[in-house]
Design a protein around this ligand. Sequence first.
Ligand code: 5GP
Length: 205
Amino acid sequence: MNKKGKLIVVSGPSGAGKSSLIAKAMEIRSDLSFSVSVTTREARPGEKDGEDYFFVSKERFAQMVEENALLEHATYVGNDYGTPREYVEQKREEGFNVVLDIEVQGAGQVHEMMPEAVMIFVIPPSLEELERRLTLRGTETPEKIRSRLERAREEYRHADLYRYIIVNDDLSVAAEELCAIITASHCLYEDRKNYLNESQEKNES
Ligand code: 5GP
C-alpha cells in the first residue's frame, strides 16, 4: 500500500444508513480510513467523542475555520460540521482511501477543490422508508425529523454532483457496491496509464 489513497466522499440524507454502510465496507477492506468530523451538534446517546465526531463548541469551530484547519465545512439543520484537513492528508499519504461522510454543500466544496475525489450518493429505497428509519432511531424530535426530511428533498436536487448512487436497501449488497466503486476508482486510466509506458519499454528492450 504505497500509492496515495483516494478521497471517497459519501453523502446522502441523514437516515440513509451511511454510517452502517461505511462501517460494513471497512470490515471488508482494510485500506479504508474514516475521517472523523468536527461538529457543534450535541452528542446523541451512545456517541463517543473522537469516534463518531469531535464534539466542539461554536467558538472552537469558528477558530478551526479561521486557522484553515478544515478541508470543508457546512451548516446542517442548525449545527456546524467540518472535516479536519490534516488527518485526511496524512492518511492519504500513507496510502489509505479516506472516507468522508459529509452533506451536499461540503461535498460540493471538495468536488471543486479536488475534482478527482470519488463522489458517492447514498439513498434509502424511498423517502417514506427514510421517515420510518428516522422515527425508529428515536433520537430526533418530530420537528427535527421534518427538517431532516425537507433537507433530504433539497439534497436530492443536488444529486447530480455525484458520480455514483448506492440504494441502501440491503446493507451487505450496498457495502459490496461501495467496495466495488473504490476498486474501480483505482483502475482509472489516469491512475494506470504508467503501466502502458512500462510494458511498452519492456517490449522494446
Ligand atoms: P448527523 O447529525 O446526522 O450525524 O449528520 C448530519 C449531516 O451532516 C449528515 O448528512 C452528515 O453526512 C453530515 N456531516 C457529518 N460530518 C460532516 C462534515 O465534516 N462536513 C459536512 N459538510 N457534513 C458533515
